[in-house]
Design a protein around this ligand. Structure first.
Ligand SMILES: Nc1ncnc2c1ncn2[C@@H]1O[C@H](COP(=O)(O)OP(=O)(O)O)[C@@H](O)[C@H]1O
Ligand SMILES: [Mg+2]
Length: 274
């Protein structure tokens, strides 16, 4: 078989790669270009934040990488394979934690282990031992020791989002998709959770795609920030963020931090006026 080794190697090294991707919704007069010719290469351990006005295609990119949506044109590769060929471990968390109310917090967190390979086939055996330990370990890391037996309605929004992060990470995903996970939380809780997420990420270094409206959140957490604009959706800026880790709230008071968030704000305002 003749295959370009250079091309396949570059795909293999990347966690995710979008090549000339277009996504069009609807047909004929109703056709709508949600994402224009997008090229993107994400390496293992990248923490990518996506910012931009509502409707610019942030969630569309998440769905493409997760294999929930096919591109209209172009190619999407994840872990070196075209999406859909073979799934790699993906963890997800959204703005609404959607815990199942009839299960305890621990059972909710362990749910992915019941569903995804290779854990599912030993779930019945391991749920009271190693899987339970794994859940307890994560609960401790997010500051929820002792809350495993509670039901979701007994926890505050911030606590539920902590549990949500545990559930997204319980199966040690290589790829973590976060769509405005802290969007519904108050500023103080949100800033606490930035540090929690940073710590979790620094431990196993999964590749992260984080969608957020909060530019300080993007600057605090990300190693790369994609700025997007709408109509048609496209990436207009790909900015490396080099602040040393672990970043703290002190980092956010540095002049370079304010400079970065001001730059981002200006780019988004400009993009909205086009
Ligand atoms: N399944 C769909 N059918 C039609 N239009 C869609 C669909 N999903 C998203 N869109 C449109 O595509 C654009 C990008 O959506 P999305 O990626 O969700 O934006 P956001 O950046 O706010 O996450 C929006 O204008 C949205 O209305
Ligand atoms: Mg969205």
């Amino acid at each position: 078989m003749t295959r370009s080794p250079a091309a396949s190697e570059s795909h293999a090294m990347r966690v995710a790669q979008l090549e000339n991707v277009k996504v069009r919704f609807g047909k004929g007069n109703n056709a709508f270009l949600a994402l224009d010719r997008t090229n993107l290469a994400v390496n293992p351990g990248d923490f990518v934040a996506m910012v931009g006005p509502s409707g610019c295609g942030k969630s569309t990119i998440l769905k493409l990488v997760a294999g929930l949506l096919r591109p209209t044109e172009g190619n999407v590769f994840v872990a070196g394979r075209e999406v859909g060929a073979e799934r790699i471990g993906i963890g997800m968390a959204f703005q609404n934690p959607t815990m199942l109310p009839w299960l305890t917090i621990r059972e909710n967190i362990m749910l992915p282990l019941k569903i995804v390979k290779p854990y599912a086939h030993t779930f019945a055996r391991d749920k009271r031992t190693v899987f339970r330990d794994r859940a307890e370990d994560l609960l401790a890391k997010v500051g929820l020791t002792g809350f495993g037996d509670r039901r979701p309605w007994e926890l505050s929004g911030g606590m539920l989002q902590r549990a949500n992060l545990c559930r997204a990470l319980i199966h040690s995903p290589k790829l973590l998709m976060l769509d405005e996970p802290f969007g519904a939380l108050d500023q103080f809780t949100r800033e606490e959770l930035w540090s929690v997420l940073q710590e979790l990420w620094m431990e196993t270094m999964p590749t992260v795609f984080l969608v957020t409206h909060d530019l300080r959140e993007a600057a605090f957490l990300a190693s790369r920030i994609l700025v997007m604009s709408a109509r048609p959706g496209r990436v207009t800026e790909d900015r490396a963020v080099g602040f040393t880790r672990p970043r703290t709230l002190e980092t956010t008071f540095e002049p370079e931090f304010a400079e970065l968030t001001n730059d981002l704000r200006r780019m988004i305002v400009e993009a909205r006026q086009i």
